[in-house]
Design a protein around this ligand. Sequence first.
Ligand code: XBP
Ligand code: MG
Length: 232
Amino acid sequence: RLQAVLFDLDGTIAETETVHLQCFNEAFQHFGLPYQWSFEEYRTLLEIAGGRERIRHFFEKLDNPPDHLRDLAAGLHKLKNELYVERMEAGFQIRPGVRRLLEDALACDITCGLTTTTSRVNVDPLLRYSLAEDYSKYFAFLLTGTEIRHKKPDPAIYVTAKQMLLEQNRKNIIVIEDSHIGLVAARSAGLPVLITQNEFTDHHDFSGAAAVLSDLGDPKTPARLINGPALH
Ligand code: XBP
Ligand code: MG
């Protein structure tokens, strides 16, 4: 029987990438830089996990990259996260079925963990103001990009999470992800993956996933199976 569920955060627990995108663009503006990322451009940039890494990658591809781009990327990223946290403190939508699954897991002694590449500062406001003030009751551990520096698709975060679960004798694990890099990271750690895709990732290659769903569904709008075996 299922013993543990590992949740990705951005795109899986909530569709936060729209907010990250707005905040990146506001940060560029605030720094007086002539860059604004479009939705299409950001879909591609999401192949690079981690906001700081994403900005740096973007700069490095420019014909005329700005000076001191490492420091600049760090400054932009810090401001982006401050803007993001402010937004999240106002509350945000959790994806369908996430709360139900967390509640069911709690009731059935299934251990849940968070496995995200986002910065730790971004995690608490989203979970506190959108999921539950006492959200820590749902998660045995939170692993973020602040502790695990090798970001997805590197398997490090899933290797660490798997090890923690095995120490608690939790062998039967499933990962819920929304992206190709998340899928690759979890599969490389030998874990099965359920994908709940979204508008930023519905063009991704999800081969190797146990199933691809529209979302986790709720009683009024059941999940649509996009690809994979029928789930019962
Ligand atoms: C998705 C990401 C993150 C966010 C921004 O993380 O790649 O980088 O876009 O996060 P996940 P930071 O799907 O693993 O939750 O700017 O804080 O790095
Ligand atoms: Mg994600």
